[in-house]
Design a binder for this molecule. Structure first.
Ligand code: BTN
Length: 244
């Protein structure tokens, strides 16, 4: 079993930032926190959450010393798959879905899917060589009130009736991350492609409201879609809407 150093803080700006700062000393490491005062989401958004209630975890890799994954797109994929495995362990019987590109949704008692987790993979490059990767994961566990900007679409394990200890979930999440980091890349990609379940589905491009059908997903996670007017490629999940 791979031994990975763990750092837990009460309060940090962002676990992704702390992981990056510590990477000069370690081949890889986990950084978790009870609270982030400057948590980041994708596309420059913030990721906010109460203290001691949720999971804020980053897995950092100094790629010049230890390369787990060649196809870096797999970082965000592994994040989603690890969250899904961990949630299935603790939220017994819950319906969990992955949403393109890297969110995890879970159904409530009305069968409405709400976001319970987000993944942010960040990479640093020297020329075209990846030198550092950080996989950041936030999971809503015991928070029951959310900011009104996200309240409509967010949920937590507690809101769904599951009483869980964040430490147990954190341990499971770390071991799932390491399991997928050491798995065969093609198999991991295949598993994600199956779980994301997008091929053949209709998507709507937000900017112009035009509908396309997804034909395939490239090895780099890009969606290739078409309609009677032609083909498009999509690599920004926030630019499309579709039914989970
Ligand atoms: C998203 O859905 O936009 C991605 C959210 C990622 C949040 C996590 S929490 C741990 C890590 N540190 C951060 O600042 N962000 C990620």
């Amino acid at each position: 079993m791979l031994e990975v150093p763990n750092f837990h803080y009460e309060r940090v700006s962002s676990t992704n930032d702390v992981a990056k700062e510590l990477l000069f000393k370690y081949d890889c490491l986990f950084v978790s926190a009870d609270y982030q005062y400057n948590g980041r989401g994708r596309k420059g958004r913030s990721w906010e959450g109460e203290s001691h209630k949720n999971i804020y975890l980053s897995f950092g890799v100094n790629e010049t010393k230890q390369e787990f994954i060649k196809n870096k797109i797999l970082y965000q994929i592994i994040g989603c798959l690890a969250v899904e495995s961990t949630l299935s362990e603790f939220a017994t019987g819950a319906k969990i879905k992955l949403k393109y590109p890297n969110d995890v949704y879970i159904a409530n008692e009305k069968n409405e899917y709400k976001k319970i987790s987000g993944v942010l993979a960040e990479h640093s490059y020297s020329g075209n060589i990846c030198t550092e990767s950080v996989l950041g994961i936030g999971i809503n566990i015991n928070q029951i009130v959310f900011d009104k900007s996200v309240a409509e679409k967010a949920t937590s394990l507690k809101l769904l009736g599951y009483n869980c200890d964040t430490d147990n979930i954190l341990d499971s999440l770390k071991s799932n991350i390491l399991k997928f980091m050491q798995s065969n890349e093609e198999e991991t990609f295949g598993l994600w492609k199956k779980k994301i379940d997008l091929v053949g589905k209709n998507i709507i491009v937000v900017s112009n409201g035009v509908e396309y059908k997804v034909d395939t997903i490239s090895p780099f996670g890009t969606l290739l879609a078409s309609n009677h007017n032609g083909h498009i490629t999509i690599n920004n999940g926030d630019s499309i809407i579709y039914e989970l």
